[in-house]
Design a binder for this molecule. Structure first.
Ligand code: SAM
Length: 271
């Protein structure tokens, strides 16, 4: 049976707060060996290959229902689009559910404050994470590739249309590596969110370019990744470490009903 990384495996004095997140995270050591050690640890201890992928979502369904923030969210998916070249955001992925429910849990337990904060979600896909952030009071810009925006807009409109919405939502095109629109950058966001956005080696540098452009010294980035490809994750960590401090949020801090040994959650701040 795979165990997960809990605080018991990590010395207390290695845990610290990062950015605007009040929970304790394990900061990755800033040296050449650190990314490879992180990969060994994740694959060694969590043993992601032994557990079922996407246990919180059904990627063959046209609709995913999830309770969050006192509502029943309904997220439309397009399973038939998934096979098209380059299309990944037409269905939900576990890391999105983990990140969305983590945000809810962190706000409920006063580790995080999203009310009135500017949030940019990268590679929003079907939009679940940003919808939860907006329900928690954030002003969310959902971004993705141009051909992903139709389904994203539908989901945002269907789930965030009530007059009692605490936050706000706007859907925008943002191709990683391109210059972001001025309104995404001015002012720079308080938070950047991304779930399952580290999955292609070709896209890593463009993703980092966008993270670097959007991240100020007051910005906190949350990235939830699927433990699917160790090479891509290691490549990302090696490159990201040059620009960002990277901390791992242990599963003890996640929503207790939405933990998965196939998912890792990082918080990043600008160096
Ligand atoms: C695996 S999906 C994850 C979707 C969603 N975040 C989730 O967790 O369900 C990756 C997302 O990144 C987007 N993406 C991939 N490459 C991109 C790029 N170069 N620029 C902007 N978005 C990109 C995809 O369109 C897709 O929505």
């Amino acid at each position: 049976m795979a165990s997960v990384l809990g605080e018991s495996e990590v010395e207390d004095d290695e845990m610290t707060e990062m950015g605007s997140y009040r929970g304790k995270v394990k900061v990755l050591r800033d040296d050449q060996e650190s990314p490879a050690e992180e990969i060994m640890l994740l694959w060694g201890i969590q043993q992601p290959t032994f557990s079922k992928p996407n246990s919180f979502v059904s990627q063959s369904s046209l609709q995913l229902r999830l309770d969050a923030c006192g509502r029943s969210l309904s997220i439309l998916q397009s399973p038939s689009s998934l096979g098209a070249p380059g299309v990944t955001g037409s269905v939900m992925w576990d890391s999105g559910v983990v990140l969305g429910k983590f945000l809810e849990h962190a706000v409920d337990s006063k580790m995080l404050m999203l009310q009135g904060k500017k949030v940019v979600e990268l590679g929003a896909g079907c939009g679940l994470v940003g919808c939860i952030a907006a329900l928690l009071g954030a002003q969310v810009a959902f971004t993705d590739l141009p051909d992903r925006l139709r389904l994203l807009k539908k989901n945002v409109e269907a789930n965030l249309r009530d007059g009692d919405l605490r936050g706000s939502a706007v859907v925008k095109e943002l191709i990683w590596g391109d210059e972001p629109d001025r309104d995404l950058m001015e002012p720079l966001p308080d938070y950047i969110l991304g779930s399952d956005v580290i999955y292609s080696e070709e896209a890593v540098m463009d993703l980092l370019d966008t993270l670097t452009q959007l991240c100020g010294f007051q910005t906190t980035i949350f990235l939830a990744g699927e433990l699917r490809n160790d090479t891509v994750l290691e490549y990302f960590l090696e490159a990201a470490m040059k620009v960002f401090v990277i901390g791992r949020v242990e599963q003890t801090q996640w929503h207790p009903d939405y933990c998965s040994s196939r998912v890792v959650l990082y918080v990043l701040t600008k160096k």
